[in-house]
Design a protein around this ligand. Structure first.
Ligand code: GAL
Length: 401
């Protein structure tokens, strides 16, 4: 277990070039790290492990926002902005090596500041998903949170971590390139107790994995539940719905919700329901089924109880048979929210200039279960001053014939 957040940046090799662009280039040999996608497919323009920094804009607070572009030598590229720690784009090759951005998002900072109601690509904190009626009691004290999704608190409140400008430190070693984001949330911010020191380390590896390592410590007992809210369309952002993507979720159970999308407390079996993704199923195959939980969620918007206990374990696999792109999600978290983009209503214009409509992307948010601070039978989200919150999630890409 980690004991401190301020780890030495031993792998850091940064060179500031001028004031606008920072470039870190690995002096790798020709080999690099072997992985399941290590052979470059035709059409894939191999680069090298590299990180660049560009100015992206100015946040409402007046802080400068940067965009970091992380590239590996196997055709994967990730752009992360320091506003919200947002994954602005995530480009991966198809089976022929053609690279395309598979993450929904916006093309400019103003859109992220003014209309990111779907939380595209953002770090979510302090508490991913909903806390019922904007309140919880910890050690006998009741805390009131701002209600931003009537009658509940959603994704850490209106000024959650998705709206903060994070400090950024690039990092690199022989087989990966990374960005270490940190943010200190003051005691009482958005109603949560304790000063929370938070760090999210993004690492792009040579086997086309993006690893997210979340760390936090607190000055007082509190609750924490961090995630990343990327939406995927493996055919490419802006290319239509994900109905024909095939999804596998390693879960025998899920947590049904009430009409305000708060878990009822029941841990229900997926067997015999449209929620059963234990073997790969097309996302759209049963989404119009009249199961009451699909009516409540306007589609899938549910937390799955992952099989497999502690440690990093395969949670979900998403396959686009047309492009051949495959996303494997691994996590140390006990749950994953499968959200089929039900509230996308055609009013937002995405990165490539297309509007986003219902199910044009889906989110798979690794997490502790929604509303855990108010639900005794759910795994605890309490963090105490002598502990370190330490979770990892990996988005790993490959291709299939
Ligand atoms: C999801 C949540 C949905 C919706 C969405 C943002 O994580 O489960 O109900 O709030 O975020 O639009």
């Amino acid at each position: 277990m980690q004991t401190a957040l301020s780890s030495p940046k031993k792998s850091l090799r940064a060179v500031l070039v001028g004031s606008a662009v920072l470039v870190l280039a690995a002096s790798l040999g020709t080999g690099g790290a072997a992985g399941s996608v290590s052979r470059a497919a035709p059409g894939c323009n191999r680069g090298s492990l590299n990180i660049e920094r560009h100015r992206y804009g100015t946040a409402p607070s007046g802080a400068t926002v940067h965009l970091y572009k992380l590239t590996n030598s196997h055709c994967m590229r990730v752009k992360i902005i320091t506003y919200g720690g947002i994954i602005q784009s995530l480009s991966v090759p198809n089976r022929n090596g053609r690279t395309r951005n598979v993450a929904l998002g916006f093309s400019n900072l103003d859109d992220y500041v003014e209309q990111n109601d779907p939380y595209f690509g953002a770090i979510i904190g302090r508490y991913a998903n909903r806390i019922a009626n904007g309140e919880f009691t910890l050690d006998g004290v009741t805390y009131e949170l701002p209600v931003n999704n009537d009658p509940n608190t959603l994704h850490g409140g209106p000024k959650g971590f998705h709206t903060k400008v994070w400090d950024a430190q690039p990092a690199q070693d022989a087989n990966s390139v990374g960005l270490e984001l940190s943010y200190t949330s003051r005691d009482g911010e958005q109603g949560f107790p304790g000063r929370l020191e938070t760090e999210v380390r993004y690492t792009l590896t040579e086997n086309n994995a993006l690893r997210m390592h979340y760390l936090a410590t607190t000055s007082q007992p509190t609750v924490v539940n961090l995630t990343n809210h990327s939406y995927f369309n493996l055919g490419g952002e802006g290319t239509g719905t994900i109905y024909d993507h095939r999804l596998k979720i390693n879960a025998n159970h899920y947590t049904p919700v009430d009409s305000t999308l708060i878990p009822t407390g029941r841990i229900a079996r997926v067997a015999g329901t449209p929620f059963d993704f234990r073997t790969p199923k097309a996302v759209g195959a049963r989404i119009r089924n009249s199961h009451p939980q699909l009516l409540t969620g306007l589609g899938y918007d549910h937390n799955y109880v992952l099989n497999g206990g502690q440690g990093l374990k395969p949670a979900a696999r998403l396959t686009d048979t047309k492009s051949g792109r495959v996303l494997h999600i691994l996590t140390t978290e006990p749950g994953i929210q499968f959200y089929s983009g039900n509230f996308l209503d055609g009013t937002l214009i995405g990165t490539s200039g297309h509007t986003y409509r219902q199910s044009d992307g889906l989110a798979l948010e690794t997490q502790h279960y929604p509303d855990s601070p108010n639900q005794r039978n759910f795994p605890s989200t309490v963090l105490r001053p002598n502990e370190t919150y330490d979770t990892t999630t990996v988005f790993k890409f490959s291709t299939t014939g």
